[in-house]
Design a protein around this ligand. Structure first.
Ligand code: EPU
Length: 343
């Protein structure tokens, strides 16, 4: 493993912010990850496990501790009853895994095409898009407990997946470094094109799209709605879509008749309605494309913050003013989706 000191984190995050890390470890193999865990125990400093840095806002003061950058690569597959188990190392690019599965004719991940990040980060954050989520296909995760040095296999249930969250994001879970994950994919799957953007895309077509066509459609939809993270600082959606009670939703409907909302999980006794914060920021708050200095919301998707060379503090203060405006206009308290590091 390679250990660097005072490595600038702004070069390792898609938001392009972040000062130096006291120690920055590049871990390319499972063995490197194990050595990094030993180093962590010796130093007794805070630790943060980094993938592609695509969902983080890192402080301008950097991180006083150890960053373990997971760079392990590799994807393989094996037959698993009627399905195929695809196993990917944690540092593998998420989209390489999706591209591989589409190429192999396997259904399940195609709607999550072109999401920037690594497999480990994607699992920890239960990433999702266009009606699909990691938790729908994940069979198991192998993770190293940094305190004991043991590798344990977590089942899907052990991961406690919820919206953009999992056990690996909890205080306890953060002691575990994801090493690899297994996804159960289907050879004879079905196209899932119910999400509005996708059904609009394929409207008028008589045949059911194949995997490659779905992947291409997702890439094209994402290009039209989301900024290119290789060109501008961004971490995608900055906030989570909030949920409210049915009563709160009907009150909001009275004030804003067009407001979209859908029942989050109809099996719960007390139903929650999930709102589209992008719509609220755009249609109620008039914040789409609004900027303060070098930081603003994206012109095609108000839930996304773009950073044109600003500092982490500028981004945070901009996000804070959005939180305040939403609270004033709607009464809703919103939560960040992007994780803060070093603040
Ligand atoms: N909308 C507006 N104006 C906007 C943005 C959105 O009116 O400025 C409306 C859209 O027209 C649509 C609704 O709001 O009716 C929802 O928008 P969209 O389909 O773009 O999805 P989202 O809820 O804003 C979520 C994820 C995205 C993911 C998309 C597609 C979260 C926090 N975000 O966004 O994920 O790509 O769905 O599935 O759940 C990310 O997590 O970083 C991310 C980009």
């Amino acid at each position: 493993m390679i250990i660097k000191e005072k490595e600038l984190l702004k070069t390792h995050t898609t938001f392009q912010t972040g000062g130096p890390a006291s120690f920055f470890i590049e871990a390319r193999t499972e063995n490197d990850i194990k050595e990094a865990a030993i180093f962590f125990k010796q130093k007794n400093l805070p630790v943060f496990v980094l993938g592609l840095g695509s969902n983080l806002l890192v402080s301008d003061n950097g991180f006083k501790g150890i960053i373990i950058n997971i760079l392990s690569e590799g994807i393989k597959s094996e037959v698993y009853n009627e399905d195929v188990l695809v196993i990917a190392e944690a540092g593998e690019r998420w989209d390489s895994l999706v591209g591989y599965s589409v190429w192999e004719g396997l259904y399940g991940l195609e709607n999550m095409s072109a999401i920037p990040g690594t497999v480990g980060g994607g699992v920890a954050g239960n990433i999702g898009a266009y009606g699909a989520e990691v938790k729908d296909r994940l069979l198991w995760v192998d993770a190293l407990d940094m305190r004991s040095g043991n590798v344990k296999r977590f089942s899907n249930a052990d991961c406690v997946f919820t919206y953009r969250n999992s056990f690996f994001k909890t205080e306890e879970g953060k002691n575990n470094i994801i090493i690899r994950a297994g996804f159960l994919l289907s050879k004879n799957g079905k196209a899932n094109i119910a999400y509005k953007d996708l059904s609009d895309f394929f409207a008028g077509k008589t045949s059911v799209p194949n995997l490659k066509e779905i992947r291409d459609a997702i890439i094209s939809i994402r290009q039209s709605k989301l900024p290119d993270w290789t060109k501008v600082g961004t971490a995608g959606s900055f906030f989570k879509n909030p949920t409210v009670s049915e009563k709160e939703f009907s009150d909001l409907k009275t004030r804003f008749p067009e407001i979209p909302g859908r029942i989050e999980d109809s099996s719960l006794s007390e139903k929650r309605v999930k709102l589209s914060l992008g719509w609220i920021l755009d249609k109620i708050c008039g914040l789409k494309g609004m900027s303060v200095g070098r930081v603003g919301t994206y012109g095609n998707q108000a839930l996304v913050i773009v950073n044109e060379g600003g500092t982490a503090n500028e981004v945070l203060s901009f996000a804070g003013s959005i939180e305040k405006i939403v609270k004033e206009k709607t009464g809703i308290t919103i939560e960040r989706e992007v994780e803060l590091v070093g603040f």
